[in-house]
Ligand binder design. Structure first.
Ligand code: NAP
Length: 234
């Protein structure tokens, strides 16, 4: 895009207001910006997610991180996922104290099965070219990106930050397979905080065990008030 075209693009009327929350204006003054997109089911969100988003923000110099809870996660149809409305609300409660974080209901409002390519296309169309996109998610999910819908388009639209859990690291062969001769740009980030998992929290709640300090207090209050995760882990 030429400099003039970029300015014209930036001056076009915006079709959507508050699509990505408090960071709608990112990059709209022509300055380079780096946006983290924290994609996940977040069933429920926990301090591991929050700490790793913060560590990714710091390590990769991100200006902001938007948490985007999935609607229907495609690789997770073997278990019941908590309603999108509850997962969205928990994400909002969890991030509200961090000025660099926000939540978008983009995938939930789009409905149906969630594909990263659709989300990245919407983000790419919304933000000017000077905003670089970094899709942050668990390395276990990134291990399968070559099988994601329109994977080469996904690779073209964003760089990846693959967060590894302690005890889970991708082999050199797997990393090579993911990067597919330079198609995907993947950065790896080891986050000790990710020893905590959503399934662990669900199991603890179902066994009436404490989840205090494993998630933000307001999320814990929400889970207990709404009686979520009482039925056990599927
Ligand atoms: P998942 O299989 O539930 O997650 C894999 C692992 O990564 C789990 O251990 C999970 O821990 C962790 N994790 C999930 N989100 C994370 C995050 N943002 N940061 C750090 N760790 C994270 O994966 P998922 O939630 O279904 O999907 C992850 C993302 O990949 C979503 O945005 C999804 O839309 C996308 N995805 C896209 C496609 C596609 O386009 N075809 C296919 C699969 C996934 P917890 O269980 O503790 O969260």
């Amino acid at each position: 895009m030429t400099a003039n075209a970029k300015v014209a693009f930036q001056n076009e009327p915006r079709t959507s207001i508050n699509l990505f929350g408090r960071f709608d204006d990112l990059g709209h003054h022509g300055l380079p910006a780096r946006l983290g997109i924290m994609g996940g089911t977040f069933d429920p969100i926990h301090i591991g997610h929050l700490a790793c988003a913060e560590q990714a923000r710091e390590a990769f110099n991100l200006d902001a991180v938007i948490f985007i809870p999935t609607n229907i996660p495609v690789f997770k149809q073997d278990r019941k996922v908590t309603s999108a409305a509850d997962r969205l609300e928990m994400c909002k409660l969890a991030v509200e104290s961090n000025p660099a974080f926000d939540v978008s209901a983009l995938e939930i409002e789009r409905g149906g099965e969630t594909y990263a390519v659709d989300t990245l296309r919407e983000l790419r169309a919304f933000y000017p070219e000077n905003v670089e996109l970094f899709f942050i998610t668990g390395a276990d999910a990134v291990a399968h990106i070559t099988r994601w819908k329109e994977s080469s388009e996904v690779a073209h639209l964003a760089q990846f930050i693959a967060v590894t859990r302690p005890g889970f690291s991708l082999t050199a062969e797997k990393k090579e397979e993911i990067e597919q001769g330079g198609l995907f740009k993947v950065h790896y980030l080891e986050a000790t905080s990710l020893a905590i998992s959503s399934s662990d929290l669900r199991e603890r709640v179902s066994k009436s065990k404490s989840i205090r300090y494993l998630t933000m207090q307001r999320v814990r209050d929400y889970i207990l008030t709404k009686g979520l995760y009482q039925e056990g882990v599927e």
